[in-house]
Design a protein around this ligand. Structure first.
Ligand code: ATP
Length: 354
């Protein structure tokens, strides 16, 4: 089912923590709210769930206004980072709980629990208690319990944050596969950009109670509209050089060659960065390449400050006068202290709003 959030606001006393958020989430979409701690992600999710009332605005699920409806009438399921499993119940007891409270007969419960347990790969554990399984398995049980009712909308708040890095990576693939197969509209809250990038159909980057940009992962990566988004997505972060508008409509920048190379189309491409605003010229680290020896072909020269070989790629920190930049290249023989030529992938240069 589709979910519409229309001009939704939430204040706690005098503090406005969600400031007029609007988004239409399509049926079956995997939508991720991404942002730093305190930006209002959880509060927005809780309003969709019906656990908080909006101070203003409207929430629709499947076209129906549910703004003031009880959570249990919304046909949604939720999973949180702390699982909320009942320790005294077996895994079977935990998973069938939402069916039991709805009075589903035992035979039907059994079939449903077994089907979802099989999907989650926990069929062999159903008679154990939550204390007798691993963290990743507990996470699967929590998901199974949320999904057993076959909800139309699935809300998840940092469901993987208690897991170690390896398990997180496995579980994010599993969750994505599962909800895509089940075609459940999913709203997923995280502060982890890798989770957001790898799972989302669309991401909303949130800051101070606003959705500052809503886009597909690739679009968000390739066309961040503001400095905040540019720095939040991508690691190492995008190189951003302060830029100013010139009277002739072009930009000026402390590394003038970047302003010269900036494609004309960039001056109009960013809806929130008209040339008059404070802005940055941005280039992702992988769009800088090093030209050893043939400095003539380079766009500018730099001194290598530090080389970090990571195996597959190498981070090369560069100083261009006072400006620090980072390039991500394949293997390289350059060393700290060396002068190198740097070539810019011109079509990847971006104008980014402050
Ligand atoms: P986190 O990742 O840390 O959970 P978040 O982006 O999900 O952050 P929210 O939990 O939505 O952020 O909180 C947004 C702001 O609202 C925070 O400043 C928080 O302190 C405040 N807040 C949340 N719930 C309440 C409440 N019940 N009463 C007062 N303030 C609250």
């Amino acid at each position: 089912m589709s979910v519409q959030i229309k001009n939704v606001e939430k204040s706690f006393g005098a503090l406005k923590v969600v400031k007029g958020v609007s988004v239409d989430i399509a049926d079956g979409e995997f939508f991720v709210m991404l942002g730093p701690s305190g930006c209002g992600k959880t509060t927005t999710l809780r309003m969709v769930a019906g656990l908080e009332l909006p101070t203003a605005g409207e929430i629709r699920i499947g076209g129906r206004d549910v703004t003031y409806e009880e959570p249990r009438h919304r046909d949604i399921a939720m999973a949180f980072q702390d699982y909320g499993l009942y320790p005294h119940l077996s895994l079977r007891g935990n998973i069938e709980f939402p069916l039991k409270v709805r009075g589903v007969p035992e035979a039907e419960r059994r079939t449903k629990v077994e089907s979802v347990a099989q999907k989650m790969g926990i069929s062999h554990l159903l008679d154990r208690k939550p204390g007798q399984i691993s963290g990743g398995q507990r996470q699967r049980v929590a998901l199974a319990r949320a999904l057993v009712r076959n909800p139309r909308v699935f809300l998840m708040d940092e469901p993987l944050s208690a897991l170690d890095a390896k398990l997180r990576a496995t579980m994010r693939t599993e969750i994505k596969k599962l909800v895509t197969e089940l075609k459940i509209t999913t709203i997923y809250v995280t502060h982890d950009q890798i989770e957001a990038m790898s799972m989302a159909d669309r991401i909303a980057v949130m800051k101070d109670g606003d959705m500052v940009q809503i886009a597909s992962p690739l679009e968000m990566y390739e066309r961040p509209q503001t400095k905040f988004v540019a720095e939040f997505i991508g690691s190492p972060a995008m190189n951003l050089l302060p830029a100013r508008a010139r009277p002739d409509g072009r930009m000026a920048c402390d590394l003038p060659v970047l302003a010269e190379l900036l494609p004309d189309a960039e001056l109009t491409a960013n809806p929130v960065a008209p040339a008059k605003m404070a802005a940055y010229i941005g280039i992702r680290p992988e769009h800088l390449s090093l030209v050893e020896g043939g400095e003539g072909q380079a766009d500018f020269e730099a001194v290598v400050d530090l080389v970090e070989p990571l195996g597959q790629t190498t981070n090369v920190y560069l100083n261009v006068g006072d400006i620090r930049m980072i390039a991500v290249v394949d293997r390289t023989r350059v060393q700290a202290g060396q002068r190198v030529g740097v070539k810019v992938r011109r079509e990847a240069l971006r104008l980014v709003a402050a």
